[in-house]
Write a protein that binds this ligand. Structure first.
Ligand code: MRU
Length: 344
């Protein structure tokens, strides 16, 4: 795995050999981002079964407990459990490895489709304005958060490949700075023009007409379209609504959770307060200051203009209707067209 805690200073990899490595890697955010957490957990399960093939349920419990909000984690593990449970114990490890690899491939295809669903929106803006498309994003919903392409970045990368000029405003994303450390890094790596801003700059950018589109990722989308994403996302959605700028959520179908009726049912991870109280390992508040560190917030569906998914570009109403009609996007290990199993 790329050890994301070492970016942007160093592109280093870390090797996972055991279930404990995988659990630690997900909790400590060596890997993060909803789709990647799912794929990483699948590989963690394969490692676990290579060690202890009889302990399927225990391994799934450990991995499920690593991070609560990104539903792709549960989705991936449930897909695996369904396929592996009925197998003879001595076949589980090899089958798990195969399924984990399929899941990674599936993610690449899904993200590419997200790009295809969104690239036309960017091309239209360019056609209309004749200048580079100005995209604002938050956190890292890029290729580092997935396997390739990313979710929010997939339309950007595809547009750039197709010769549509794009500039990305990258919101730094306190406290873990995924925007500054990861999104800025991968956009630079891909040669995409971008500018880093502090999180609080979004209102100013939108008011000054410096943004054509806001595109963010998602950690979980409730059945009604309410979207959990990195803390600070909902403020950008409110500002976008106020200034008449489209607010797009990009996510694979595995991020939709029909078991959560609304955003109120999504578990919001609260992380260690030290992430708020310190910056680069140094205190930024007086000793004894209390802090809270919610990692995600909920953007209500009414603030979302559209969802860029592997099933196309959908309005909130279309997303809700499609959700009811399970079984369109194939999940790894299921026959094409028979995939109610994709319901996370
Ligand atoms: O805490 P993180 O870094 O795992 O949070 C990631 C995000 O909030 C992303 O925007 C989201 O997972 C979408 S990733 C394609």
């Amino acid at each position: 795995m790329i050890d994301q805690t070492r970016l942007p200073h160093e592109l280093a990899t870390v090797e996972w050999r055991t279930l404990d490595h995988a659990c630690h890697g997900i909790t400590s955010m060596q890997v993060r981002g909803a789709p990647l957490i799912g794929v990483a957990a699948a590989h963690g399960l394969a490692l676990a079964l290579a060690e202890r093939p009889t302990e399927l349920d225990e391994a799934i419990r450990s991995l499920t407990g690593t991070r609560p909000t990104a539903v792709n984690l549960r989705w991936a593990l449930e897909q695996m459990a369904e396929q592996l449970g009925p197998l003879p114990v001595d076949q589980r490890a090899a089958a798990a490895r195969g399924l984990a690899t399929e899941m990674a491939d599936h993610d690449v295809t899904a993200c590419r489709r997200i790009g295809e669903a969104g690239v036309g929106v960017l091309a239209d803006v360019h056609r209309r304005t004749g200048r580079p498309v100005q995209v604002l994003t938050h956190c890292n919903a890029g290729r580092l958060a997935c396997v390739e392409w990313g979710t929010a970045t997939a339309p950007v990368y595809l547009a750039a490949q197709q010769g549509v000029p794009v500039h990305v405003w990258v919101s730094e994303t306190r406290p873990r700075n995924q925007g500054a450390s990861l999104t800025a890094w991968e956009l630079a790596d891909a040669g995409v023009d971008h500018t880093l801003v502090v999180d609080n700059a979004a209102g100013h950018l939108l008011r000054e007409h410096l943004v054509d589109l806001v595109i963010v990722g998602a950690d979980r989308i409730a059945a009604n379209g309410d979207t959990a994403n990195k803390i600070g996302t909902s403020l950008k959605a409110l500002a976008a609504r106020e200034h008449g700028v489209p607010f797009l959520v990009a996510a694979p179908w595995s991020t939709i959770d029909p078991r959560c009726a609304t955003g109120a049912h999504v578990p919001i991870e609260e992380r260690d307060a030290v992430e708020v109280l310190e910056l680069a390992g140094r205190p930024i508040a007086p000793p004894g200051t209390r802090a809270r560190n919610w990692a995600f917030d909920i953007t209500p569906a009414e603030l979302v203009t559209g969802y860029l998914t592997d099933a196309g570009h959908l309005t909130p109403a279309e997303l809700r209707a499609r959700r009811a009609d399970d079984g369109r996007v194939e999940a790894p290990g299921t026959a094409p067209g028979t995939a109610p199993g994709t319901a996370p």
